[in-house]
Write a protein that binds this ligand. Structure first.
Ligand code: FES
Ligand code: FES
Length: 159
């Protein structure tokens, strides 16, 4: 017997996407496998590492812990949606490059989402607020210092 499908309509990075999905399809699998937005990474698949972070209506969420049907009617922003309209890097992405805020890059899309969500709500955060905002995102490479520097640099560039 084939699995029942459910209609969803989700705004992803400013574009409305309609699909028929199984009830148990995770949001991260939908983004990566159906929409080919592979900038969102899959790490632990149980809510610990933060690699799969995306914004849901502006708030960072773990897309491995959400079903696609739960995003129906909502706005999702992935790391691909952070770039400027002309496709160039955002100030935050640029700052990560400048301060060497990444090495292997596995955590980077999740870090960018967590940091951008912070800067959207608080354009000039303290170091403590930056560390708190990225506290749910694990990085095995950088020791976090350059990531914090990147967010500070991006905040300094915000008018
Ligand atoms: S893959 Fe989602 S939190 Fe690790
Ligand atoms: S840069 Fe490698 S896990 Fe963060």
């Amino acid at each position: 017997m084939s699995e029942k499908l459910h209609p969803v309509s989700i705004e992803v990075n400013g574009h409305r996407r309609e699909a028929q999905v199984p009830a148990r399809l995770s949001l991260v699998d939908f983004l990566r496998d159906e929409l080919r937005l592979t900038g969102t990474h899959v790490g632990c698949e149980h809510g610990i590492c933060g690699a799969c972070s995306v914004m849901l209506d502006g708030e960072p969420v773990r897309s491995c812990l959400m079903y696609t049907v739960q995003a129906n009617g909502h706005k999702v922003t992935t790391v691909e949606g952070l770039a400027k309209a002309d496709g160039s890097l955002s100030d935050l992405q640029d700052s990560f490059c400048e301060t060497h805020g990444l090495q292997c890059g596995y955590c980077t899309s999740g870090m960018l989402i967590a940091a951008q969500a912070l800067l959207n709500s608080n354009p000039h955060p303290s170091e403590e607020q930056i560390r708190d905002a990225i506290g749910g995102n694990l990085c095995r490479c950088t020791g976090y210092q350059q990531i914090v520097e990147a967010v500070k640099l991006a905040a300094g560039r915000t008018k």
